[in-house]
Write a protein that binds this ligand. Structure first.
Ligand code: PAF
Length: 285
């Protein structure tokens, strides 16, 4: 179907030509950066982007700089033609799928590092990860120069880091967060869910249940320390291995939670492994 054929550009020059043409026609532009292996969560970002601007460009780039040496860069799922059809069906207007040389050309030497918000949680568990994210996002936003960019709350720490980055570097873009898309059992959608065996998948949804229970306990008056210890133990009891963190943090800069009240002030963050798969999730209180 011709409606499902999405134009693709692979160079910064071609991307900018298209974005400039839209602007010249008086159209606003939203961007949804992704690493591909798209699922309903990504499509919800594209749909939200559509409500915020008249044209939507999605990018697909599996960014080597945000993977650690022993992480899943090589096996990260890649399916450009499937992704392209999904993006078209969600109302995306253009796919930017750069070659690595467009992002990290010969002699590339610059790193963007956001301190503070990037330090706890995944910053501690995945050294270098957020420098890789900040660098590529700064580049993608500068390459496309959209009016709006949409990122999922599934990676809430990443979202807050990108907000900080956009303010600090005076990027003329509005950063918009999109709610977490979940399966029927509550599992937050993620490209990495594809790694789960049937047995692991049956357990995975419990991460959301444990987070929801923690939010309830916090609102009922349990201390942060107690909620964190109970949540960690519950994940282990359900069969999660290596709980990287189960922590209550302030929403804005992810610093440690202060005294109550907590509603609207903190968020609860979890990361743990099921077999070879590392899952993360978070929940508002
Ligand atoms: O969330 C992601 O998919 C990636 O971290 C992002 C923002 C596209 C940067 O590579």
């Amino acid at each position: 179907m011709s409606a499902d054929i999405l134009p693709i550009v692979r160079t910064v020059a071609d991307l900018r030509t298209q974005v400039r043409a839209w602007r010249a026609a008086g159209l606003t532009v939203a961007m949804t950066p992704t690493m591909g292996a798209l699922h309903e969560g990504h499509l919800s970002l594209v749909r939200l982007a559509r409500t915020r601007a008249q044209r939507v460009v999605a990018s697909i780039f599996v960014n080597p700089a945000q993977f650690g040496p022993h992480e899943d860069f090589d096996r990260y799922p890649r399916n450009e033609s499937g992704d392209s059809a999904l993006l078209a069906s969600a109302g995306c207007d253009l796919l930017y799928a750069p070659d690595v040389s467009q992002i990290y050309p010969q002699g590339y030497a610059t790193k963007v590092s956001v301190s503070g918000v990037s330090e706890p949680l995944d910053g501690a568990a995945r050294p270098g990860h957020f420098d890789g994210v900040a660098t590529v996002v700064a580049k993608l936003l500068n390459q496309a120069q959209p009016d709006v960019a949409v990122f999922g709350e599934k990676d809430f720490q990443q979202l807050q880091l990108i907000r900080r980055l956009a303010i600090d570097l005076d990027l003329p873009v509005e950063i918009v967060g999109a709610p977490i898309a979940r399966d029927a059992d509550g599992l937050a959608l993620s490209s990495r869910n594809a790694y789960l065996s049937a047995e692991e998948r049956a357990v995975a949804g419990m991460m959301n249940t444990v987070l929801a229970d923690a939010a309830t306990r916090l609102k009922a008056g349990d201390s942060v320390e107690k909620v964190e210890a109970t949540g960690r133990a519950a994940l282990e009891r359900h069969g999660f291995q290596r709980v990287d963190y189960f922590e209550v943090r302030q929403v804005g800069d992810l610093s440690p939670a202060g005294p109550p009240p907590y509603e609207g002030v903190v968020r609860i963050f979890a990361a743990a492994h099921l077999g070879q798969t590392r899952l993360i999730d978070n929940r508002a209180v």
